[in-house]
Design a protein around this ligand. Structure first.
Ligand SMILES: Nc1ncnc2c1ncn2[C@@H]1O[C@H](COP(=O)(O)OP(=O)(O)O)[C@@H](O)[C@H]1O
Ligand SMILES: [Mg+2]
Length: 271
């Protein structure tokens, strides 16, 4: 069984991602919408960056531009020294909805991203088993998506993105549709996977606990237009003593950081 041997290191280079004075204006009937204005931040390799802020502040728009699914109106995005001009397999994406194919088994779903990228099947099988194991789905490799719970289907989506060994994992509220208990299980699982695989991640959320648990840096965006209001550096992901929700909440710095963010959320909502 190859499940315990990592088949391939992600081809991470040490330069990371640079988001430089990014702007996005959507033309509209009459009034254009300035969704994102002058947003800049850097993402170091193996760092988790959280885009946090109230609904409509431009989080998804920033992430979609990093994914290459949307074009900036101004500014630029540079990944490992190369400007982003469109989607590429160096960036893997996990969305909120359940995106597994109902006609494929769990294993085939996870293998799907590799096959369309033309990898050798031998490598694909090794990577698939490895990442099924990582997300705790080895026993369900031959199950069908409709036999799985919502949380398990999101684990399939996560395993599929991980199996392509992207340089950058992009996630837009991946646990937003899950009930709160399943959500916590997934957050703890993701923390474990990110640490072990040393992933570089950009994740959109409006869940404050999720942001604090997983983030090395939190880019807090204000709304209308979306601008960087503040950047926070939570210590929790770096702290090996923290792997669960209870440990996070018991940390002496947790309550203060949560309070500061909730206050900013409230200020933004009042605008
Ligand atoms: N394709 C689009 N066309 C027009 N306006 C859009 C489009 N996508 C997003 N917007 C607008 O841009 C703003 C930011 O949206 P979005 O990035 O989805 O916010 P968030 O993900 O933070 O909730 C919102 O005002 C939204 O209505
Ligand atoms: Mg969004």
């Amino acid at each position: 069984m190859s499940a315990t041997v990592r088949p391939q290191e992600p081809a991470l280079q040490e330069t990371g991602l640079m988001v430089d004075r990014l702007g996005k204006t959507f033309p509209g009937r009459g009034m254009p919408t300035v969704a994102v204005d002058n947003v800049s931040f850097a993402v170091a390799p193996r760092q988790v960056t959280i885009l946090l802020g109230p609904s409509g502040c431009g989080k998804s728009t920033v992430l979609r531009m990093i994914a290459g699914l949307d074009t900036p109106t101004s500014g630029r995005i540079v990944l490992n020294g190369v400007p982003v001009t469109g989607p590429n397999r160096d960036r893997g994406m996990v969305f909120q909805g359940y995106t597994s194919f109902p006609w494929l088994t769990v294993r085939r779903n996870v293998a799907y991203g590799l096959r369309i990228n033309g990898d050798a099947i031998a490598l694909a099988e090794g990577a698939v088993d490895y990442f099924l194991d990582r997300v705790g789905l080895s026993r369900f490799a031959d199950a069908w998506p409709h036999q799985l719970s919502g949380g398990m289907r999101q684990r399939v989506a996560l395993a599929r993105a991980l199996a392509t060994t992207p340089q950058l994992l992009l996630m837009d509220e991946p646990f937003g549709a899950l009930d709160s208990e399943t959500r916590w299980q997934m957050q703890e699982l993701l923390l474990d996977v990110i640490r072990k695989e040393r992933m570089t991640v950009i994740m959109v959320t409006h869940d404050v606990e999720e942001a604090l648990l997983l983030g090395d840096q939190i880019i807090f965006l204000s709304s209308h237009p979306g601008r960087v209001k503040t950047v926070l550096h939570p210590p929790f992901k770096q702290d090996a003593a923290i792997s669960t929700r209870e440990e996070l909440r018991a940390h002496p710095r947790y309550a203060g950081m949560e309070r500061d963010i909730l206050r900013m959320m409230r200020e933004e909502a009042a605008h």
